[in-house]
Design a protein around this ligand. Structure first.
Ligand code: 2IT
Length: 447
């Protein structure tokens, strides 16, 4: 297998699908050497099959806004790979959603889910619906209209969606309510990220951020460092950033920045629990503005329009918002301001140039599919609880999450340790995830 040849074919077949092509390229480059030591993979055309989704559902979603005007969006569900379990992955509601974006996310999800140690295949879905400025009633009507089409594609043993950007507990509630009515199935295991009184796992809302900090702790420990007292810059203020801030604070780190599409809030004294609680209010308002934090806490948070979190000096950078949010220039700025570690929490949060810069300038770097896997892992734990009709305590879930993140870190070390003893976490995560999926595909024959 030659990455160059496969990429040339995919570029010709899917011109303009830049996010998808970027995600595939990164994985193929990481695995090429190992892959070519396995002639049985080449013979079964594992890579050629793995880069193509199993199937893509595309549907029209029509709903009525509060003014009585009819609105039309496009919905998607991409069932990417089912080699190691039923399709599993989130739904993204964002104005910029395209098939390319969801294909990259579904592809990443396949490897990420393989790393979790749990039996889950990869999927992703969503819509170009823009939640910004929408009322609760509009969100509900959109979710209902979306599920009117989606319900036929999913099921607790087939495909289990969850949240992603723009989809949290409120949206999962509306989606499940409609699923139940249409399918006449009362199995809560069809969606994860549910409310804790009706089948949702305790700690699922926090899990992506908590898991990311547990992974960071493992990485720092491996490098002989400690997170206590470190200054942390976080991008975003959504569910993932929120969980990361809670755990960072608990571990004795100081969160000195959060950001939004409008700019950055510098927090010189470090974020407080009260400010973290306010992030939830900001998310629920659908205003999509981080400036609201500075308005609410004028002596603690200082807003600068148009700037990113990476302009605030820190030790550790945690991208928690969107793909490609951290560029090579941002990486250089981080380094010149003293940053020495970047754990990518968002999916593909760093541009290839930024990753290259980190890796060649002594900055510890780990990729999203390892760092953020605690979210989907806890979704997997939610599925187990639903299937057993029980619910575990927060302590039980947290212990399992700890164990899973430690195991993901170990897999990265196993497959990513270089001759000089340093760990290439990108290679480690990609090879570990790939080997598991490839082996399963091989054993299941030519399908
Ligand atoms: O990117 C992700 O891993 C998620 N959005 C969570 C997916 C899930 O099924 O919990």
């Amino acid at each position: 297998m030659k990455t160059k040849d496969i990429m040339a074919r995919l570029q010709a077949k899917y011109p303009g699908e830049s996010e998808y092509l970027q995600a595939v390229q990164e994985v193929l480059e990481s695995i090429e050497e190992v892959y070519n030591q396995h002639p049985e993979f080449e013979k079964a055309k594992i890579v050629e099959r793995m880069v193509e989704p199993d199937r893509i559902f595309t549907f029209r979603v029509t709903w009525t806004d509060d003014q009585g005007e009819v609105q039309t969006n496009t919905g998607y569900r991409i069932q990417f790979n089912s080699a190691i379990g039923p399709y599993k992955g989130g739904l993204r509601f964002h104005r910029a959603v395209t098939p390319s974006m969801l294909k990259f996310l579904g592809f990443e999800q396949t490897f990420k889910n393989a790393l979790t140690t749990l039996p889950m295949g990869g999927a992703k879905g969503g819509s170009d619906f823009d939640p910004k400025g929408k009322t609760d009633a509009e969100i509900m009507r959109f979710c209902q209209a979306f599920m009117l089409e989606l319900w036929q594609c999913i099921g607790p043993d087939q495909d289990i969606p969850a949240g992603d950007v723009g989809v949290g507990g409120r949206e999962i509630g509306f989606l499940y309510g409609m699923y139940k009515k249409l399918a006449r199935e009362y199995n809560t295991g069809v969606l994860t990220g549910k409310g804790s009184t009706w089948g949702g796992s305790i700690l699922r809302p926090e899990a992506t951020g908590f898991g990311a900090l547990y992974f960071t702790q493992n990485l720092l420990h491996h490098a002989g460092k400690d997170i206590k007292g470190c200054k942390v810059a976080v991008s975003g203020f959504g569910n993932v950033a929120w969980g990361a801030c809670i755990k960072a604070l608990e571990l004795g780190a100081k969160v000195v920045a959060i950001s939004g599409p409008d700019g950055v809030c510098a927090i010189p004294e470090g974020i407080t629990q009260e400010m973290i609680d306010y992030m939830l209010v900001m998310r629920a308002s659908n205003r999509d503005r981080v400036e609201d934090m500075a308005t609410r806490f004028p002596n603690k948070a200082f807003f600068t329009a148009g700037k990113k979190a990476w302009s605030v000096p820190c030790d550790i950078a945690l991208p928690c918002a969107f793909q490609n949010e951290l560029s090579e220039d941002d990486a250089k700025e981080l380094k010149s301001n003293g940053c020495w570690c970047c754990c990518e929490v968002s999916n593909m949060g760093c541009q290839p140039g930024a990753i290259h810069f980190f890796q060649h300038n002594g900055i510890l770097f780990a990729p999203g599919k390892a760092v953020n896997a605690g979210g989907v892992a806890t979704s997997g734990l939610e599925m187990t609880q639903n299937a057993e009709h029980i619910s575990w305590s927060g302590k039980e879930v947290d212990e399992k999450l700890h164990f899973i993140m430690k195991s993901i870190h170990e897999q990265c070390v196993k497959f990513g340790t270089q001759p000089d003893g340093k760990v290439d976490y990108v290679k480690g995560a990609n090879i570990a995830g790939f080997m598991k999926v490839a082996q399963a595909m091989l054993e299941q024959g030519t399908i």
